[in-house]
Each structure stands twice: as structure tokens, then as C-alpha cells.
Write a protein that binds this ligand. Structure first.
Ligand SMILES: CC(C)(COP(=O)(O)OP(=O)(O)OC[C@H]1O[C@@H](n2cnc3c(N)ncnc32)[C@H](O)[C@@H]1OP(=O)(O)O)[C@@H](O)C(=O)NCCC(=O)NCCS
Length: 174
């Protein structure tokens, strides 16, 4: 394993707008997410993420990798409900130049470790569209269980079929 594969997470901050734009603001990164977000939406999202930090809620992170620990993507988690039960949901993005090196799966394992320690909710969910092979691969590699496909809309008005993946944070890790 080279230096390129070692990741760390740091909280998303005010200086990370360009990274956000390079993930959710471009066609090649949003092929399975309904296309690039508008500059207004991106700016609102940035403010939301920064506000999380200001409230002391470390829930959105920048993935750092490589010898110089540069910003290569984002990962976060947020409160969610599944069949009436409180749960967590997660989502991730790794810039094209850094994809295919296991970085998103490593970052996901790190989020899992943090949520295991946090301990308030049992399950972590992820909802990649069925066509998003890379993201489904991340779920599989990080140890999520596939519950199956479901029809949905994302963003609003855009019909999709997504896979429901669930990770049991209370199960013993091996
Ligand atoms: C999804 C994404 C974060 C994956 O990042 P990554 O760091 O390249 O992922 P990993 O290297 O950890 O890949 C994990 C597994 O997925 C699979 N995989 C990765 N890229 C793949 C691809 N293009 N096609 C098929 N399978 C792929 C592999 O099986 C891999 O396991 P392996 O290392 O044992 O071969 C990245 O492609 C991305 O940012 N996409 C755009 C944003 C997005 O769709 N986010 C997800 C929203 S649900």
C-alpha cells in the first residue's frame, strides 16, 4: 500500500467551497445524482456544512490522502429514519484523479468507526442508484448488507431506482 492509499478525515470548513464545487458542481461527478447542482444550491449547501462545524457537529468531512494529505473528496453522515426507526445515512465523493484506490471505502470505514463509538443509533444506510457501480462497490467493500432495490426520486422530480444498503453498527466488527 502506498502513501496514496492512506486517508484521514478532517471537518469540512469555510475554505472547502472549491472542493464542494469540484464534486457536486460538475457533470462527471453527478452522473448518478441528477446532474450538477446550481451555484446557488452549492453555496447554500456549503453554508449548511460550515454551520455544522460552528455548532460543533462534526458530520461533514474532507477526505485527505497522499503524501501531502491533500483534499481528495468529501464524506458525511446525517440523521435518518428507516421504517419509523431513527438511523444514520451516509454519502461520499472522491475526485476523479483519486478514484479506484479504495479511498471512499476507507473513509466509509472511518465513519463507521466513529458512529460505532457515538452509539446512539443502530443502523447506517446508504442509497446509491443501481447504476452507480462504484458507489455500490463502496457499500459492499465497507461491509454493508444489501437489502434490495427501491424506486425513488432524487433530486425531486427525477425518478431513480436506488439500492438500500444497511450497516449494523451494533454488530461485532472483525
Ligand atoms: C463512488 C465514489 C466515491 C467511489 O470512490 P473510490 O474511492 O473510487 O471507491 P473505492 O476505490 O473505495 O471503490 C470501492 C469498490 O467499488 C468498486 N468500484 C470502484 N469504482 C468502480 C467502477 N468505476 N465500476 C465498478 N466498480 C467500481 C470496486 O469493487 C472497489 O472495490 P475494489 O477496490 O476491491 O476493487 C466515486 O466514484 C465518486 O465520487 N463518484 C461520484 C459521486 C457519487 O456518485 N457518490 C455516491 C453517491 S451515493
Amino acid at each position: 500500500m502506498g502513501a496514496k492509499t492512506a486517508i484521514t478525515l478532517r471537518p469540512y470548513g469555510d475554505g472547502d467551497f472549491e472542493l464542494l464545487r469540484a464534486t457536486l458542481g460538475v457533470p462527471e461527478m453527478t452522473q448518478f445524482l441528477g446532474g450538477p447542482e446550481s451555484p446557488e444550491k452549492l453555496s447554500q449547501r456549503h453554508q449548511r456544512y460550515v454551520a455544522l462545524q460552528e455548532k460543533g457537529e462534526n458530520r461533514m468531512f474532507v477526505i485527505l490522502a497522499g503524501a501531502e494529505q491533500q483534499a481528495v473528496g468529501t464524506i458525511g453522515y446525517w440523521e435518518h429514519e428507516y421504517e419509523g426507526e431513527p438511523a444514520w445515512e451516509t454519502g461520499w465523493a472522491v475526485l476523479p484523479a483519486w478514484q479506484g484506490h479504495g479511498l471512499a471505502s476507507q473513509a466509509t470505514r472511518e465513519v463507521i468507526a466513529r458512529l460505532r463509538t457515538e452509539g446512539s443509533r443502530r443502523y447506517l444506510f446508504a442509497y446509491p442508484t443501481v447504476e452507480n457501480l462504484a458507489s455500490n462497490g463502496v457499500c459492499r467493500k465497507a461491509g454493508f448488507k444489501l437489502l434490495g432495490p427501491e424506486p425513488g426520486e432524487y433530486p425531486k422530480g427525477n425518478k431513480i431506482t436506488f439500492n438500500v444498503w444497511r450497516y449494523d453498527l451494533a454488530a461485532s466488527s472483525d
